[in-house]
Design a protein around this ligand. Structure first.
Ligand code: SF4
Length: 364
């Protein structure tokens, strides 16, 4: 584990759980451990000039009281959705990207929480699999937390992989901005586990993505996992326009396709920067040094989010989509959080309904 923790809080009722024991055994002696009656209280109450940043360094081991399996928080009838389901095993992330939606989403609940009763998630997944035997589902753990950042501490991924391999119609997606793949390299994914990386050009990495692995290190990790029998996918999200962006995204995709055979890539998702007014205000206050973020000239869109000027957005999407098609005409790519009309204008064909796109992405 490369990330710093200031303290660990353990809810009394979970102190004997297997996951709690595992985490406490793996923690260094330098991290103080406190026991509390209700983890929710220490997860919400952080003081100081930047409680969200402080929350990333306060680990709370606690019981999850809500369902683990939910629809993707970005899902909406406004957008051409991909049918993605989210498994919430943890909340918050040790890295700190200036554009991250968690800054708003977790503003009132910022501590880094790991849910020790995660075996209950398997019951929910079991039900989903059993009651929909003819459908396939793509289920990710990387929406409210990075899927791999703390896996050397928690060791959850091996349990997840073992479970998903027993369920033909469930496809696990581990989404990350790290190169923490040692745990995965020790397992046999049988070609059925998907690991995905969010990728950005170097300039975006340097300006916006604090604590993440270098883009080249993410690509290198993907290439090693392909060799080890994993499926891989990439998210170019957020795509940010800035002077030189067209050239930088072109170079990024060139580097990707040089290292990973396009035929071995399950899919690539594309999404330009989008921020609610509140997120934009929080991000600009927390990251005043980020020239790319501060220099952005987004406009308020009909969905209430700031986005790049529409013609520029289309132009960037089209340039990237053309390059993906040139790498391999059948390489699946789709737009995230865009309307079906925008997706059709970029991709040149009717977009499938969420269930159909979900089926495709869960089986490629
Ligand atoms: S890696 Fe992802 S979850 Fe973590 S701070 Fe960056 S955008 Fe947010």
């Amino acid at each position: 584990m490369k990330f710093r923790l200031d303290a660990v809080y353990v809810e009394e009722q979970v102190r004997t759980s297997a996951l709690c024991r595992r985490v406490l055994a793996r923690l260094g002696p330098e991290v103080p451990v406190h026991f509390v009656t209700d983890g929710r209280e220490v997860a919400r109450t952080l003081d100081g000039p930047d409680p969200f940043a402080a929350g990333k360094r306060r680990l709370v081991l606690m019981k999850r009281r809500a369902p683990f399996l939910t629809a993707c928080p970005a899902a909406s009838a406004q957008f051409a959705c991909c049918g993605y389901l989210v498994l919430i095993l943890a909340s918050n992330c040790p890295m700190d990207c200036s554009y991250c939606f968690l800054q708003e989403y977790l503003a009132d609940n910022p501590a880094f929480q790991i849910y020790t009763n995660y075996e209950q998630a398997f019951d929910e997944l079991e039900r989903l699999s059993r009651t929909n035997p003819k459908r396939h589902f793509r289920i990710g753990t990387g929406e409210l937390a990075d899927s791999l950042a703390f896996d050397t501490l928690t060791g959850i991924c091996p349990d997840l992989i073992e479970f998903f391999l027993r369920h033909e119609n469930l496809r696990l997606e581990l989404k990350t901005k790290t190169d923490e793949i040692d745990n995965l390299l020790r397992l046999d994914p049988k070609g059925r586990v998907l690991v995905s990386w969010t990728l950005s050009p170097m300039r975006v990495f340097e300006s916006c993505e604090r604590g993440t692995a270098l883009p080249s290190a993410r690509i290198e990790a993907a290439s090693r996992l392909v060799e080890a029998g994993y499926r891989v996918a990439f998210h170019l999200d957020p795509i940010i326009p800035y002077p030189g962006a067209f050239e930088d995204y072109r170079e990024l995709l060139n580097a990707l396709f040089d290292a990973v055979d396009p035929l071995k890539i399950s899919f690539i998702s594309l999404g330009t920067l989008r921020m609610t007014p509140r997120l934009r205000a929080i991000a600009r206050t927390r990251h005043p040094q980020d020239a790319i973020l501060i220099g952005g000239e987004e406009v308020l869109s009909p969905d209430g989010r700031y986005r790049p000027f529409y013609p520029l957005r289309l132009k960037l999407y089209r340039a990237i989509s053309e390059q993906i098609r040139a790498a391999h005409p059948k390489l699946v790519h789709y737009l995230c959080m865009e309307s079906p009309e925008t997706a059709e204008r970029v991709l040149g064909s009717r977009v499938p309904k969420p269930a159909a796109l979900g089926e495709l992405l869960a089986t490629t």
